[in-house]
Design a protein around this ligand. Structure first.
Ligand code: F6P
Length: 533
């Protein structure tokens, strides 16, 4: 039986080389873009035409997207390889919301934890909660993956709103990370957040122990300057952290979706509970839109369909995320986890092998820096890399508005260059003007040809406020959901990270020399021999 993308693949193959530029009439820019709550998503610079869009939208219908969306928002256990609901949206739901999991409303607990977080954040920010040397000046968040990437990304994104203690994020088990972070900090005025959903992650627990040792000797009671964010209350208590500074959440919040609740504590400490509320409001606005807008006018659905078009249908295996917004410089890393840990799977819900590609490789760096690094390949390499640009109309530095304009000009220039390219005849004319002739003119001109016809999308917004950041992150979360539904995957487990963890545990005593390398492959044996201390 042909798979669900087969008809679209056949359709696409008929016009694979059609110039995207030829699709533009005076309607296209409007028809293939969408504005929602002040945000504009433009996907007109892709080879999607009305026919393809209709077929893509039909795919979302046949995949049962509406029912699955209702199941997710309704607290059903759609993460069925772990037997869990997927309800991170509860963390940003309105005060009036009621959300049932296993027959019980989870919202009273969500609201109570949110209120405790705000109370604690206010106390730290005002100095009512003190370190053993006075007001908290620095906060070190120790976590990894979803317990790091989200809050680290958001803290940087919201830097203009930061008026609390300085935030630092430590994730890597490489001692260099924590050593460099703690250097220069005062243990008497530093608060440590141990952020781990499971409270078992080896990197995080090892770094937490190191931070504790760093404080011991200088601080009478290090544990009093520790707080914890976790679903594992018993483990946080066993670690010696007072329950008043433990902020819990439930297993229906996936690690990479957890920024909206206690895992966002660092963000709240930096920007304050009010700005954090605005961030939640932005996410909630996107939830409302995703839940209610028809698919053809639904931003997460359209973003997902464009993603599927490029990866599963056109066969472009990577996706570049290119924020023309320096403060979104950690967004690509955050999206790598969100998208690749969610949809990087080769087995469908029913256990069968996927007959098409899984989610794409996601990568990127902020513009304009990327332009001076890897855009060469994007413009002239043999692979097509769909590019996703993000850009704000205004920055936060009114006296540097001329720089912002230059930034925007660069962003638009890149999508235009990808679309138009430069023909051989134009390149030849340029080189002829420089005095080249004959075979040398031909050769040099060919190096200066841009094939163009390379797809990109642009997400434009007024300004990177807390509200806007909430909209953007919820938009990508729902995009992952929609792609996962149409791919037929479970986007909410992550079994693919387990094997490496198990082998690392087994390799520790081997590296220490307490156990032999017998049974290991030749390469691993040789590497152990070289790396053993
Ligand atoms: O190893 C992957 C992972 O389980 C991620 O899914 C998660 O975000 C990260 O590790 C950290 O887990 P925890 O918050 O439990 O320490």
């Amino acid at each position: 039986m042909p798979h669900r993308f087969a008809a679209l693949q056949a359709h696409q193959s008929q016009f694979a080389n059609r110039p995207i530029l030829s699709l533009f009439d005076d309607q296209r820019a409007q028809a293939f873009s969408l504005q929602v709550d002040g945000m504009l998503f433009d996907f007109s610079k892709t080879n999607i035409d009305a026919n393809a869009l209709a077929q893509l939208l039909a795919l979302s219908e046949t995949a049962g997207l509406a029912e699955k969306r209702a199941a997710m928002f309704g607290g059903q256990k759609i993460n069925d390889t772990e037997g869990r609901a997927v309800l991170h949206t509860a963390l940003r739901a309105s005060d009036a919301a009621q959300l049932m999991v296993d027959g019980a409303d989870v919202m009273p607990q969500v609201r109570a934890t949110r209120a405790r977080m705000a109370e604690f954040a206010n106390a730290v920010r005002s100095g009512a909660f003190q370190g053993q040397g006075g007001k908290i000046t620095d906060v070190v968040n120790i976590g990894i993956g979803g317990s790091d990437l989200g809050p680290a990304m958001a803290t940087l994104a919201l830097a203009p709103y930061a008026d609390g203690p300085r935030l630092h994020y430590v994730s890597n088990v490489d001692g260099a990370h924590i050593a460099d972070t703690l250097k220069g900090l005062n243990p008497l005025t530093t608060l440590v957040i141990v952020a781990s959903k499971t409270f078992t992650t080896i990197e995080t627990m090892t770094n937490a122990d190191t931070a504790k040792r760093w404080m011991a000797g200088k601080v009478a009671n290090p544990a009093a300057q520790f707080c914890a964010v976790s679903t594992a209350a018993a483990k946080t208590a066993a670690y010696g952290i007072d329950p008043s500074r433990v902020f819990g959440f439930e297993d229906w919040v996936g690690g990479r979706y957890s920024l909206w609740g206690p895992i966002g504590l660092g963000v709240m400490l930096a920007v304050g509970p009010q700005a954090f509320d605005q961030f939640l409001a932005g996410g909630r606005a996107m939830d409302d839109h995703f839940r209610t807008a028809p698919f053809a006018a639904n931003m997460p659905v359209l973003l997902a369909l464009v993603g599927l078009w490029h990866n599963q249908i056109c066969g472009y295996t990577t996706r570049a995320v290119l924020p023309y917004d320096q403060r979104l410089s950690r967004l690509p890393a955050y999206l790598q986890q969100l998208e690749m840990e969610s949809n990087g799977k080769r087995v469908a819900m029913d256990g069968a092998d996927l007959p098409y590609a899984s989610g794409p490789v996601v990568w990127g760096e902020p513009g304009t820096n990327g332009q001076h690094a890897f855009y060469q390949l994007i413009h002239q390499g043999t692979r097509v890399v769909p590019c996703e640009f993000l850009v704000a109309k205004a920055g936060h530095e009114p006296d540097l508005a001329h720089q912002h304009l230059l930034l925007v000009a660069n962003c638009l220039a890149q999508s235009e260059a990808l679309l138009r390219g430069r023909s051989l005849s134009d390149a030849t004319a340029i080189m002829a003007q420089k005095g080249l002739t004959g075979a040398e003119l031909d050769r040099q001109a060919r190096h200066r040809v841009f094939p163009g016809n390379r797809p990109s999308t642009t997400l434009a917004y007024a300004k990177l406020t807390p509200f806007t950041l909430g909209q953007i992150i919820a938009l990508y979360e729902h995009r992952v959901f929609v792609e996962g539904v149409i791919l037929g995957l479970n986007s909410y487990d992550q079994w693919g990270v387990e094997l490496g963890k198990e082998l690392a545990v087994a390799l520790q005593p081997i590296l220490e020399g307490r156990e032999s390398t017998a049974g290991k492959d030749g390469s691993t044996q040789a590497l152990v021999a070289f790396l053993r201390p």
